[in-house]
Write a protein that binds this ligand. Structure first.
Ligand code: SAH
Length: 205
């Protein structure tokens, strides 16, 4: 069966859940997930589960990327900071929503491969190898930031790089994690905190 057909089916199954908006579903429908997984895993690319991508890391499951894209809901032209590029799939989905994406990845080989892949597929995502705990101050302020790895608490530098009124979306916790959306106030304080339920992400290193 064709990759396009597999992808349409994946999106149709996500639509049936009835908890993810059309904008996010359209973005997932546009991104060739099979290009982001190792060649030996291509046949599994449209199953709704994480897959290994090297360095002990995984590409997030499609429903998790969709749910986060739906919650973040960036407007075209928004500047978005991503922590944890991995293979670049989630960044491509955010770019499909019209955002200018700046992404930081801890593992240099993953950052390098993601940069090449995103370039080849025509996504204008900027990727930096380094510690995401520091964010990417040179391009701040951002309209939004999200983490694709979980921490007990979100590093202060990330709040400081999001504009007042912007959103920071992060899995928070250790053995048990919650997906939390923070609205950033003046002076990088938290104006609002909305809990979106239990999740399971790899740890922030
Ligand atoms: N969004 C990715 C998911 C990758 S999993 C995708 O679509 O494939 C989380 C990623 O966070 C891993 O690649 C891991 O290496 C990275 N990571 C963990 N700690 C980090 C840190 N301190 N700074 C930057 N990236 C980090």
């Amino acid at each position: 069966m064709s990759r396009e057909r597999d992808r349409e089916r994946m999106v149709a199954r996500l639509r049936e859940r009835d908890d993810i908006g059309e904008r996010a579903l359209d973005a997932l429908a546009a991104v060739p997930r099979h290009e982001f997984v190792p060649p030996a895993r291509r046949d599994e690319a449209y199953a709704d589960r994480p897959l290994p991508i090297g360095e002990g890391q995984t590409i997030s499951a499609p429903h998790m990327v969709a749910a986060m894209a739906d919650l973040l809901d960036p407007r075209p032209g928004d500047r978005v900071l991503e922590i944890g590029t991995g293979c670049g799939y989630h960044a491509a989905v955010t770019a499909e929503l019209g955002a200018d994406v700046f992404s930081v990845e801890y593992h240099a080989p993953l950052a390098e491969r993601a940069r090449e892949r995103l370039d080849r597929l025509g996504y204008g995502v900027a990727v930096r190898a380094g510690d995401g705990r520091e964010g990417w101050p040179e391009h701040a302020p951002y309209d939004a930031c999200y983490l694709t790895c979980a921490a007990e608490s979100v590093p202060d530098a990330l709040f400081a790089q999001v504009r007042p009124g912007g959103t920071l979306l992060a899995p928070v916790g250790g053995a048990t994690q919650r997906l939390v959306a923070f609205t950033v106030g003046e002076g990088a304080c938290v104006r609002d905190r909305t809990d979106h339920g239990g999740v399971r992400f790899v740890p922030l290193l």
